[in-house]
Design a binder for this molecule. Structure first.
Ligand code: 8IG
Length: 269
């Protein structure tokens, strides 16, 4: 196996290995299941293959509980192939941006024209948001200080999160709200002052993922659908500290709704 040090070539190599291991020629759609979303993956269809991400070139094992580190190929109810990434690498793990976007680049190289990015997030609008509520990402603010692209290649980000796909998701569930997702590098949660700042700046959710993957997917030419599961109000908004176990619990409690939503959206593609 040749393991390239060019991240784009590495993703192309991983896509070749993926097609081979999964026994699937091309995937129509890829879904990245963030914390809290892994239990929802079972609703997507019949698994045809499943293996650790580390079997493919360029994938690091995720280090966070509930983040899986597994790749699953699924045949959907409509007979299409979906690539499900159970877990992701985060910027706060300290390996840089390339491993963070490698899954998305590999998925697009394996055919995915649509990339669905899910995450668990803090809610910046407890006046209107409920814990356990999915929110469609309409736009983002990238406060990670990082970017998956380098060089004088000026990518337009006017519509990172596809209007078409958001409308399709709302056909499935008309009650879905939309919001602006703000990403920090983490791994710390925010201070109450930072949460107040983000509210002033027009953010609706805050987390530590998604934005770099969304940029990489757009760079590679895919459409993106982003969905945040609001699992806690931002720090200081209700006065109680946050913990990761609660995030996973919200995911387990809402798995049926989230799985049903994703399965129906995927079937409409
Ligand atoms: I779940 O409140 C989850 N992930 N940055 N802030 C940030 N990330 C999060 C939060 C949060 N909740």
């Amino acid at each position: 196996m040749i393991v390239s040090n060019d991240p784009y070539a590495l993703a192309a190599e991983a896509a070749v290995a993926l097609r081979e291991l999964a026994g699937v020629d091309a995937f129509e759609v890829a879904l990245v299941m963030g914390s809290g979303w892994v239990p929802a993956a079972d609703a997507l269809g019949e698994p045809v293959a499943e293996f650790p991400m580390t079997k493919l070139p360029g994938f690091a094992a995720p280090t966070v509980a509930g983040h899986g580190g597994t790749i699953r190929a699924v045949r959907t109810a409509s007979g299409h192939f979906a690539l499900v990434l159970l877990g992701r690498t985060h910027l706060y793990e300290g390996r840089g941006v390339e491993p963070v976007v490698h899954g998305v680049r590999t998925a697009v190289a394996a055919g995915a024209r649509v990339v669905v990015l899910t995450n668990a997030a803090g809610g910046l609008r407890p006046e209107t948001q409920q814990v356990g509520e999915p929110v469609l990402i309409s736009d983002h603010i990238n406060f990670t200080g990082a970017n998956p692209m380098t060089g004088a290649r000026f990518l337009d980000l006017t519509e990172v999160y596809s209007k078409r796909l958001r409308a399709l998701a709302r056909e499935v569930d008309p009650s879905l709200a939309e919001g602006v997702y703000v990403a920090f590098r983490g791994p710390t949660y925010e201070t109450p002052a930072e949460i107040r700042m983000l509210r002033t700046l027009g953010g609706d959710m805050v987390g530590m993922s998604t934005v770099l993957e969304a940029i990489a997917a757009r760079e590679a030419g895919s459409e993106v659908l982003g969905v945040s599961l609001v699992t806690n109000p931002g720090a200081g908004l209700v006065g109680k500290p946050l913990n990761h176990e609660e995030v996973l619990e919200v995911g387990r409690a809402t798995a049926a709704r989230m799985g049903g939503l994703l399965a129906k959206v995927v079937d409409k593609l």
